[in-house]
Design a protein around this ligand. Structure first.
Ligand code: NAD
Length: 291
């Protein structure tokens, strides 16, 4: 392997360790951060993700409030639970695991979450803040990708970035974040209708793959020394693989994230950081009201 391995697991560990003093400072003010997770239905991948998020929260001393609803829950019942969690002072962050089973509207449910408790940073108000460069919780996976780039000092200023995949969860927010004045990258957002994607990717200094197609990005998509961030998580007969053909691309790229052990752990770490930040903001507001 030629490329530098961008070890998301190590960056996630450092990110979680940095939360320790912040959680201790909250405890001194009588506040324990609380994260509510909502899982609907029995999708095995979602169950694994939520279990991992809950385990991490507990290990950090964040209160774990979990609700597992059956797949035949109505939209009204789901919305009712979200309202209840919005009103619960022990809950500082709410995570609704997406996608929801058929018949339920995930975007509508996310809109119900109090933006001040939006641990995933996906409420339209917070996505609006993101576009306006205003502070607020930011989506976990894109933020995790930026943290990996920062940790390994991969410059973005003036660099050509191709983001493959335009979902509101990953591709679109990361393209906005990278093109902000703080990052100054020149971003191309590619998708399933993009023509000659391999040629476009060969122009990129940084490729971010968030597609959901196992090993789509091969050797001839990547120029020598490019940085390749693989967001994809695909379950195949050979186990978990990303959207990048790691074995061959790692011979040409300058730096690359593995799957597993790349972006995935960062998504969870950023969820914890968002929850702690929301608890801090809530404690600040409560203190101001008392003053
Ligand atoms: P999505 O299905 O919502 O979006 C996929 C995007 O890829 C779409 O915009 C589509 O236009 C594009 N696309 C599909 N086929 C394409 C092709 N052949 N060429 C170019 N573009 C194509 O998916 P998502 O929620 O953004 O997730 C993408 C991948 O990232 C999935 O594998 C998912 O499991 C993974 N994911 C990982 C994490 C993590 O923490 N590592 C978090 C979220 C999603």
């Amino acid at each position: 392997m030629y490329a530098t391995l961008l070890d998301g697991k190590a960056v996630a560990t450092a990110t979680k360790e940095a939360l320790g003093p912040r959680i201790a400072a909250l405890a001194e003010r009588g506040v324990t951060p609380g994260l509510a997770t909502i899982l609907v239905g029995d999708d095995p991948a979602s169950e694994v993700y939520v279990a991992s998020k809950r385990r991490t929260a507990t290990s950090l001393g964040i209160v774990d409030v979990h609700h597992h609803l059956s797949a035949d829950v109505t939209q009204d019942q789901l919305d009712g639970l979200i309202e209840q969690l919005n009103d619960d002072p022990a809950v500082h962050g709410i995570l609704l695991q997406l996608p929801l089973p058929e018949g339920l509207d995930g975007e509508e449910a996310v809109r119900r979450i109090d933006p001040a408790k939006d641990a995933d940073g996906l409420h339209p108000e917070n996505l609006g803040r993101l576009i306006l460069d205003q502070p607020g919780p930011t989506p976990c996976t894109p933020t995790g990708v930026l943290r990996i780039l920062d940790h390994y000092e991969v410059p973005t200023e003036g660099r050509r970035v191709v983001v493959v995949g335009r979902s509101f969860l990953v591709g679109r927010p990361i393209s906005v974040m990278l093109s902000s004045k703080a990052r100054n990258a020149t971003v191309t957002l590619a998708h399933s209708r993009t023509e000659d994607l391999p040629a476009l990717c060969r122009e990129a200094d940084i490729i971010i793959a968030a597609v959901g197609q196992p090993q789509l990005i091969g050797l001839d998509w990547v120029s020598d020394g490019a940085t390749v961030i693989d967001v994809g998580i695909n379950r195949t007969d050979d186990g978990l693989v990303g959207d990048v053909d790691f074995a061959v691309v790692s011979e040409r790229a300058g730096a690359i994230t593995p799957v597993p052990g790349g972006v995935g752990p960062m998504t969870i770490a950023m969820l914890m950081e968002n929850t702690v930040a929301l608890a801090e903001a809530s404690a600040y507001v409560a203190a101001r009201r008392r003053a």
